[in-house]
Ligand binder design. Structure first.
Ligand SMILES: Nc1ncnc2c1ncn2[C@@H]1O[C@H](COP(=O)(O)OP(=O)(O)OP(=O)(O)O)[C@@H](O)[C@H]1O
Ligand SMILES: [Mg+2]
Length: 249
């Protein structure tokens, strides 16, 4: 069992919102300063999922193609995930209003649970702290001056790129050993900080064994990120990487 991080501050704590770190189409990340009862402080990233209200029939389409496909993908991603009640499972499969609501509610908890599982398996992911209805608190990667850059913007020297690639491979191996496919792996969902590669953004992650599309997601992830490293000058055969990962499942 991996010991809990030593930077966790004692409860009860007080939070001060320092403002928006990143704002995008799916989520907004705020930087939170947390003061613990023990007088220690730490920084926390607070991810707030942007609302995707689907209240009535037709509302999904009214939101536009992009959102509609997000929801459809959602079902694809979540196949094999457990909705304990048959009624719930059917509602999700039929994409009834109730089913869509269920999917939305599951979003934050799922990302938290996947990241905790991965963190416990030793994968380099920010430590997940807690989640609520539409927010998810996690370890902030960066310092007081700047947040860790996404890999695509990190301007790595060739030897750093090589180190990042080696860490990518060991991270993918750890993910595969944990039975998880990221599902949206790219140089946007990897952070580079202090010579370390961090995997982030897991709401769409799937259990490879339980999800009929699991291997397809894993394959797409590997091809996508290997292409990025390939363009940077790392000679890599994505199919070989994929085949090696299959051996770890
Ligand atoms: N723990 C963290 N520490 C520092 N920065 C973070 C952390 N988590 C996320 N970020 C920053 O916020 C960005 C968005 O986070 P994330 O990838 O989890 O959400 P997203 O769903 O992709 O959001 P969007 O689609 O709106 O970009 C990241 O690319 C990264 O720059
Ligand atoms: Mg992202």
């Amino acid at each position: 069992m991996r010991p809990t991080p030593d930077w966790l501050v004692a409860e009860p704590h007080q939070d001060v919102d320092l403002g928006v770190l990143k704002s995008g189409k799916e989520a907004q990340i705020n930087l939170i300063e947390r003061q613990g009862a023990d007088g220690r402080r730490c920084l926390v990233a607070r991810k707030r999922y942007l609302p995707r209200e689907v209240k009535q029939k037709g509302a999904l389409e009214a939101l536009g193609v992009q959102h509609a496909s997000t929801f459809r993908n959602d079902v694809q991603y979540r196949e094999g995930r457990q909705f304990r009640k048959t009624r719930d499972r059917r509602a999700v499969e039929r994409m009834s209003t109730y089913g869509k609501r269920l999917l939305q509610d599951r979003w934050t908890g799922h990302e938290h649970d996947v990241m905790l599982r991965l963190w416990e398996c030793g994968v380099t992911v920010p430590y997940p702290l807690s989640y609520g209805d539409d927010v998810f608190d996690l370890q902030y990667i960066g310092d007081d001056r700047q947040a860790a850059p996404q890999l695509f913007a990190a301007r790595l020297h060739p030897d750093e790129l090589r180190a990042a690639f080696d860490q990518l491979i060991s991270g993918l191996q750890a993910l595969a050993a944990a039975g998880v496919a990221h599902g949206d792996l790219s140089a946007y969902n990897l952070l580079w900080w202090d010579e370390t590669l961090w995997f982030i953004d897991f709401p769409q992650a799937v259990d490879i064994a339980a999800n009929p599309q699991g291997l397809n997601f894993l394959h797409a992830d590997v091809v996508n990120i290997c292409q990025w490293f390939g363009r940077g000058g790392i000679a890599v055969d994505a199919e070989v990487v994929f085949a090696d990962l299959l051996g770890l499942l």
